[in-house]
Write a new protein. Structure first.
Length: 180
């Protein structure tokens, strides 16, 4: 399974997940089931997964804005260490896989972006998940491009990638360079 490193110049880059491309955002309403709980958005699932399983239920009953605010509480030291050393990337990949595999309309929209470069440009200073002021890792955009590549090349309807395949995907996604 390879992640496509080439972007077609004919496909205009998608810079920012707002307006007509807001559906790419983690705040887009799309129920996902993740580790036994159902969340109304990816943002809710992502923020919940900063904490132990027993503390996640409130994230299933709030807005994504409330989830983001609740996710600002300090994490335990061991969890923070795991989170910063790769767990956050695995969670983001897995919740986005859930979103695009569970919702055919969103999967088709992602595939319709063809080979466009996807960048979560923002003005709020997020330089890890996005790009702000022309600088950033754009990890969310890279994950979405990796999922799009997987859907095009390897996905079989009704299947779900194993954790081993997800780790391979993440490794290749992390190698992608920022292009836009």
């Amino acid at each position: 399974m390879g992640v496509d490193h080439k972007y077609d110049d004919r496909d205009a880059p998608i810079l920012g997940f707002r307006g007509p491309t807001k559906w790419l955002s983690n705040f887009w309403p799309a129920d996902i089931k993740y580790e036994g709980l159902v969340y109304c958005t990816n943002e809710n699932a992502f923020q919940a997964n900063k904490y132990p399983q027993a503390d996640r239920i409130p994230f299933t009953m709030c807005t994504p804005q409330e989830a983001k605010q609740m996710g600002q509480k300090p994490m335990s030291e061991p969890r923070l260490k795991d989170w910063m050393s790769g767990l956050r990337d695995r969670v983001m990949l897995r919740i986005n896989l859930e979103k695009y595999l569970a919702h055919e309309d969103l999967r088709n929209r992602l595939l319709a972006t063809s080979n466009a470069y996807l960048a979560e440009t923002n003005t709020w200073g997020d330089k890890y998940w996005g790009i702000c002021g022309g600088d950033g890792e754009n990890m969310l955009g890279r994950i979405l491009m990796g999922i799009r590549s997987y859907l095009k090349t390897s996905w079989q309807p009704g299947s779900y990638p194993s954790y081993i395949l997800q780790d391979k995907m993440l490794y290749e996604i992390q190698k992608l360079r920022r292009v836009a």
